[in-house]
Design a protein around this ligand. Structure first.
Ligand SMILES: C[S@@+](CC[C@H](N)C(=O)[O-])C[C@H]1O[C@@H](n2cnc3c(N)ncnc32)[C@H](O)[C@@H]1O
Length: 259
C-alpha cells in the first residue's frame, strides 16, 4: 500500500490539475495535494496512489471528483462587500442588470449580491459558475449552516432567508424569491467560452491560483463576455499587473471595459 506521493507522482498530478483547471500547484503544495488525494483514496477505497492515478485516467467521474477535490472553495456571505456597495451607489436602477459570478464556489457571493439588489429594487439576473460540481450543488440548494449567516445584515437575513426546522434547525435557506434571480451552472474558466454578455462580472479570489499566462487567457475570455462599459471586479488581494485587456481602472479591484 503506497499512500505517500512521490515527486514523480506529484508532478504528474500537478500537471493534470494545471491542464484541466489552470490551478498552479507549486512544489510547496505537496502536503495539500497529499491530503486531498488521501480523501479520494478513502472515498474510492483505492489502496495506492499508483492505482488511483491509473483509475482517474480511465474513469471520467472520478477524474472530475479529483479536480473538484483540489479546488479551494473558501467563501462567505458579504465577502468584500465594498464591491456591491459600489454597484448600488453607481449603477442606476432603471436598467435590467445581467451579472456573472464567475468562480461562485458554494453560492454565497451570488446570493449576497442578489439580496442587496432586491432590497434596492433593482431588476437583475445573476449567473453563478464554478468548476466544482460539489460546490454548484450546494449553491443550487441554497442551504447553509446558521453560523455562516453572521455577516448577513439582520434585516436581509430576516427578509430573504428561512430558518430551518427539525433536522435543519441549525441551517438557513435562501428564499425562492431570491433564488429565482440566480442560476448556477458549471463553467471552466480556462476552457469554456461564454455564450452571453454581462453588465458586471465578478471574478474574485480565483486568479490567485493561476499563473500569469493563465490569468491573461482567463481575463481576455471574460472581457469578451463583458458589455461595453461593463464592470469587471476582482478580489481585493488580486491584481491585473502586466495584463492589458482593454480595461480602465476605477478602483484597484474594479475595472471598466473601454478607455
Ligand atoms: C476561493 S473560491 C472564491 C469564491 C468567491 N468568488 C469568493 O470570492 O468568495 C475559488 C473558486 O474558484 C473555483 N475555480 C478554480 N479553478 C476554476 C476554473 N478553472 N474554472 C472555474 N472555477 C474555478 C474553485 O472551484 C473555487 O470554488
Amino acid at each position: 500500500m503506497q499512500t505517500t506521493l512521490t515527486e514523480k507522482q506529484f508532478k504528474k498530478l500537478a500537471s493534470l490539475v494545471y491542464n484541466e483547471s489552470g490551478i498552479n500547484l507549486s512544489e510547496n503544495k505537496v502536503s495539500l495535494l497529499q491530503a486531498r488525494i488521501a480523501k479520494r483514496l478513502r472515498a474510492t477505497r483505492i489502496n495506492s496512489i499508483t492505482e488511483y492515478i491509473e483509475y482517474i485516467a480511465r474513469d471520467q467521474a472520478e477524474y472530475t471528483n479529483f479536480i473538484d477535490g483540489v479546488t479551494t472553495n473558501h467563501t462567505f456571505f458579504f465577502r468584500e462587500n465594498k464591491h456591491c456597495e459600489f454597484i448600488l451607489k453607481t449603477i442606476d436602477r432603471t436598467k435590467h442588470l445581467k451579472i456573472w459570478s464567475a468562480a461562485s464556489s458554494s453560492g454565497e457571493e451570488a446570493y449576497s449580491i442578489a439580496v442587496q439588489l432586491l432590497s434596492a429594487s433593482y431588476s437583475f439576473e445573476i449567473m453563478g459558475t464554478d468548476i466544482s460540481a460539489t460546490m454548484l450543488s450546494i449553491a443550487r440548494k441554497g442551504v447553509y449552516p446558521i453560523e455562516r449567516a453572521q455577516a448577513i445584515p439582520a434585516d436581509m437575513l430576516y427578509r430573504y432567508f428561512k430558518k430551518g426546522m427539525n433536522d435543519y434547525q441549525n441551517y438557513i435557506k435562501v428564499k425562492d424569491e431570491v433564488k429565482k434571480h440566480v442560476t448556477f451552472t458549471r463553467y471552466n474558466l480556462i476552457t469554456d467560452i461564454a455564450a452571453d454578455t454581462y453588465d458586471i462580472i465578478f471574478c474574485r479570489n480565483v486568479m490567485i491560483y493561476f499563473d500569469q499566462q493563465t490569468k491573461m487567457k482567463v481575463v481576455a475570455n471574460l472581457i469578451k463576455a463583458l458589455k461595453p462599459s461593463g464592470y469587471f471586479i476582482i478580489g481585493q488581494s488580486e491584481n491585473l499587473l502586466g495584463i492589458n485587456p482593454g480595461l480602465s481602472s476605477v478602483t484597484p479591484s474594479i475595472y471598466r471595459k473601454g478607455s
